[in-house]
Design a protein around this ligand. Structure first.
Ligand code: GRF
Length: 186
């Protein structure tokens, strides 16, 4: 599968998928990393891995539609089949949804439908739940609302947000690889 990774931040999920591909645990090629944050750490990670980066700042486009049309153009030119969101902090709009129907996948650090949106791990601590987790799902027009593909529970480590975050990210990296493998081989 030819894939594009969409990321706005650290890119640990990008890194995990890249390593899974390199080690033959995931049958895919990362054609490009798309970011809306030219200074995000994911850019350095991708450059180090010799993977093409396209950084587009939405502010430099007149409309969201124009921004996404530009992205779609880049993706089509590279033969991208799947859009893999990994910490991409923007809602996908109708332009990309229509260009890639049922081909956009996201990972979210909670057991959806609990705690959608920003800072899902912080939300879980705020709420005092004892178990949270990770969800891989198809993207629709909503915020973290599309059909669920895979979920895994992670226990909250009471009073230790950092350790809990680490545990969640570790589960993310494994669950994303496993879920994508299943999807790409369907
Ligand atoms: C992950 O927790 C992912 O689930 C969420 O954003 C975070 C991205 O982390 N959507 P990273 O940039 O992959 O390290």
């Amino acid at each position: 599968a030819q894939i594009a990774i969409f990321a706005s931040g650290s890119g640990s999920n990008f890194q995990a998928l890249h390593e899974a591909i390199k080690e033959g645990r995931l049958d895919a090629t990362i054609a490009v990393v798309i970011t809306d944050q030219p200074n995000a750490y994911v850019v350095q990670r991708a450059e180090k891995a010799n993977i093409k980066v396209v950084a587009l700042s939405p502010k430099t486009f007149d409309t969201k539609e124009a921004y996404e049309e530009k992205i779609a153009e880049v993706l089509k030119a590279l033969g991208v089949e799947w859009l893999i969101l990994a910490g991409y902090m923007r809602l996908i709009g109708p332009t990309l949804l229509q260009a890639y129907p049922k081909r956009i996948i996201n990972i979210h650090p909670s057991l959806l439908p609990s705690f959608p949106g920003k800072d899902a791990i912080g939300q879980a601590f705020q709420h005092g739940v004892k178990v949270t987790g990770v969800t891989v799902h198809y993207v629709d027009e909503g915020m973290d609302t599309g059909p669920i593909i895979a979920q895994q529970a992670v226990n909250i480590i009471e009073g230790d947000k950092e350790a809990t975050e680490l545990a969640i990210h570790r589960v993310e990296h494994e669950l994303y690889t496993a879920a994508l493998n299943r999807i790409f081989n369907m």
